[in-house]
Design a protein around this ligand. Structure first.
Ligand SMILES: [Zn+2]
Length: 204
């Protein structure tokens, strides 16, 4: 039996969306043009106190760069996602989503700037999720290097046009996903992000 899915949806540049992802469904996130970051955050569908945790995940994986076979954990230590496939192999789980304040502090930007945090807040709002419940995102395709002295540098993504990552939901989730709005994270230009939800018959 082939995959049952209607095809990818597009997230326009500097925007975001939210959707439900059932246990065993697969979220495939594409970088359609290359060098574009997508921030992902998730809550357990029926318990918003349970949310994606960078700290738990890095602790249990004993590494900061997560890829095929690794799990992303919730704050209560239950697995939320498992990475089934990964064409890029470099994603970030250290940095929070870009925000208005980040653009003011790091970029000395004045006036409104679109941001992943604002887009995540807007996408989660219809689910009754408040801004203060959103924490460190899994920053798909974001290339953050940490050197031996602990210095953190944001480099251009390694993703090329058509690359993707697949994450399988390990519980029923409400997810939000963005096409990132930060100049430095996306090598200076803002592109869309594509995603699709794949429902495969479960044999295990
Ligand atoms: Zn961003």
């Amino acid at each position: 039996m082939s995959d049952l899915h209607p095809g990818p949806c597009r997230i326009p540049p500097q925007s975001g969306t939210a959707f439900l992802l059932r246990a065993s469904e697969i979220l495939r996130i594409y970088d359609p043009m290359g060098e574009q970051v997508a921030d992902l955050f998730a809550f357990k569908q029926d318990d918003h106190a349970c949310s994606l945790s960078s700290g738990r995940t890095i602790d249990y994986a004993s590494k900061i760069y997560l890829s095929t076979g690794d799990r992303l954990y919730a704050n209560d230590s239950r697995p939320m996602f498992r990475i089934l496939d990964d064409k890029v192999g470099r994603h970030d789980f250290l940095l929070t989503p870009c925000s208005q304040e980040m653009f003011e502090i790091l970029y000395q930007h004045r006036g409104h700037h679109p941001s992943c945090f604002e887009n995540l807040c807007r996408a989660f709002e219809p689910f009754g999720i408040r801004p203060e419940q959103i924490h460190t995102t899994f920053n798909v395709f974001m290339n953050v290097e940490v050197d031996a002295q602990g210095l953190v540098r944001v480099k251009p993504p390694r993703s090329r046009a058509g690359d993707y990552i697949e994450l399988r939901a390990e519980m029923n989730l409400v997810c939000a996903l963005t096409a990132c709005s930060a100049e430095n994270s996306n090598n200076g230009s803002f592109k869309p992000i594509d995603y699709e939800i794949i429902r495969r018959p479960c044999n295990d």
